[in-house]
Write a protein that binds this ligand. Structure first.
Ligand code: AMP
Ligand code: MG
Length: 323
């Protein structure tokens, strides 16, 4: 069931489910998570089952505070505290050496573990009342991540006992992942905490840039895909691609920022992504989910890859299934 209004009693019920080996979907500031007790291998295996997630794609362990790291990480690198003080609680996942108490199923057999300290009050309360919670995004594997409780329901109804409804996720895309286990801290997945922000605290590389490292395991899979065709165009190409598609009898929609939509020379069916980079980040997944139910082709605006729009484009490119 979905709890429409989350109160203390619902969170207590959710904490009971987690403690007794069950699954709960819960809001975080990034996207909704599907959580289980991180120390319970059987409960964590049920997450993979519910999502249809490949076994070799590790989960992130969600913690209430820095002190809780002792239970899940072997040697906490000094930089972890610096990053924690600057960015946490918030949308940053740190990869560190795995502690023995964390079952292999959480990390897909890796000797490292991803940990995060969510800032959403419902997530924080749930963890505080239960235990460290292993959670990936609460969508069916390969689908667009959920940013509302309804999105979770649309994907997982009947497969999980409880969805806590904490409203629309503030950030709207998954956390930034930084690997602290190599010589140079390396961003494995860009997010709302950008490379520029991290660079103010430490030297940082990106996986495709200056330093060659293995990709984050989950990155080899198609992610974030809507159920209809999806392509990407620069603002000045949108009108022609749209007109051609409609001429071919294809029901088509444009996902773009408001100013781009206003400047188009033809009238189009559209979903506005808003006016600012943070609005676009916030709106993208909900817009993809709305569009896939109504149209056969989605045209996403190609944004200039600066600041958080670099992270948005990282996800948007993975939604594209037409070359
Ligand atoms: P999701 O929350 O669904 O985005 O999935 C969690 C993602 O975190 C995975 O797909 C991986 O890319 C990443 N991740 C989790 N643990 C690790 C780890 N130990 N090393 C590298 N990446 C990780
Ligand atoms: Mg995911």
């Amino acid at each position: 069931m979905i709890t429409r209004i989350v109160d203390q009693q619902h969170i207590a019920e959710a904490a009971n489910i987690i403690r007794s080996g069950g699954l709960v979907a819960f809001p975080t500031e990034t996207v909704y998570g599907l959580g289980a007790n991180a120390f319970d291998a059987k409960a964590v295996a049920a997450i993979f089952e519910a999502k249809g997630r490949p076994q070799d794609n590790p989960l992130i362990v969600h913690l209430a505070d820095f002190a809780a790291l002792r239970e899940v990480v072997k040697d906490v690198p000094p930089l972890a505290l610096t990053l924690y003080e600057k960015f946490c609680p918030g949308p940053l996942t740190m990869i560190m050496p795995k502690g023995d108490k964390v079952p292999d199923v959480v990390t897909a057999g890796l000797q490292t573990v991803g940990v995060r300290f969510p800032s959403h009050p419902v997530a924080r309360d749930l963890i505080a009342r239960s235990c460290p919670i292993a959670a990936p995004s609460a969508n069916v594997s390969k689908h667009v991540s959920p940013t509302t409780a309804q999105h979770v329901y649309d994907d997982l109804a009947g497969k999980i006992p409880l969805i806590l409804d904490g409203g629309t996720c503030q950030v709207g895309i998954e956390s930034t992942i930084i690997d602290l286990t190599g010589d140079i801290p390396t961003i494995l997945r860009p997010g709302a905490i950008t490379k520029e922000m991290l660079s103010e605290v430490c030297m940082v590389a990106t996986h495709s840039g200056e330093v060659k490292v293995a990709l984050a395991p989950g990155m080899k899979y198609v992610h974030y895909s809507p159920k209809c065709d999806c392509t990407m165009c620069s603002p000045d190409e949108i009108a022609a691609v749209y007109a051609q598609s409609v001429a071919n009898g294809c029901d088509t929609v444009v996902l773009a920022q408001r100013s781009t939509l206003e400047k188009l020379p033809i009238s189009v069916q559209s979903i506005s992504l808003g006016d600012s980079p943070t609005a676009i980040m916030h709106e993208l997944y909900a817009a993809l989910r709305e569009a896939e139910t109504k149209y056969r082709l989605i045209i996403i605006e190609r944004f200039e890859e600066v600041g958080v729009l670099y992270s948005v484009m990282n996800r948007a490119k993975k939604s594209v299934n037409l070359k």
